[in-house]
Design a protein around this ligand. Structure first.
Ligand SMILES: Cc1cc2nc3c(=O)[nH]c(=O)nc-3n(C[C@H](O)[C@H](O)[C@H](O)COP(=O)(O)O)c2cc1C
Length: 167
């Protein structure tokens, strides 16, 4: 049994959260950038953790990723985001799925979240059992992550490790 952590990131903030989560989950966790993420999931994966930046109140699209590059993000991450990757995954009845995003602290009161949108996708297309959805906060569009967010990511990973097994 193993964990796959898939991340999408334009400035590296979501990647940093993914790395903190994977490090806490230990040797059973493999981390991969969404551009290299496998379809279908390897047969031994029983926990999928998937994270991306919130763009325009939801998961990114190629247009918002290109917009990020115009605003100074590194090019090279625009081809595929978690929206497109989740769209390619087949149904699964044996994978637990946890979704996360990064979002800007200043607009925390606004409802849109890539993590929630990804979670809806998981439910709608029966990609697995959604076990958790979490947001982590950056100070501005390019980051940095707020103080304490990487510790919170590690604590969130602990809740995933200790999740109840229902099958
Ligand atoms: C085109 C675009 C749209 C964005 N829309 C939102 C938004 O609706 N809500 C929000 O909180 N942050 C929004 N952001 C900020 C991103 O969430 C932020 O850039 C991201 O968390 C940084 O993570 P990354 O370094 O992993 O890309 C947007 C950023 C871009 C580039």
């Amino acid at each position: 049994m193993s964990t796959l952590v898939v991340h999408e990131s334009m400035w590296g903030n979501t990647r940093a959260v993914a790395e903190a989560v994977a490090a806490r989950l230990g040797d059973d966790a493999t981390i991969v950038e969404v551009g290299q993420a496998p379809v279908p999931l390897p047969a031994d994966v029983d926990l999928l953790v998937v994270g991306g930046p919130t763009h325009a109140f939801s998961m990114s699209r190629s247009s918002t990723r290109e917009d990020a590059v115009v605003k100074g993000a590194e090019p090279g991450h625009t081809a595929r985001g978690i929206r497109e990757w989740l769209g390619e995954l087949p149904e699964s009845d044996h994978v637990d799925v946890a979704t996360f995003d990064t979002r800007v602290d200043k607009v925390r009161h606004l409802p849109g979240s890539a993590a929630k949108a990804a979670g809806k996708e998981v439910r709608r297309h029966h990609l697995g059992r959604l076990v958790s959805t979490e947001s982590f906060y950056v100070g501005d569009m390019a980051g940095p992550l707020l103080d304490g967010e990487l510790d919170r990511a590690a604590a969130w990973a602990d809740t995933l490790s200790s999740r109840p097994v229902t099958r």
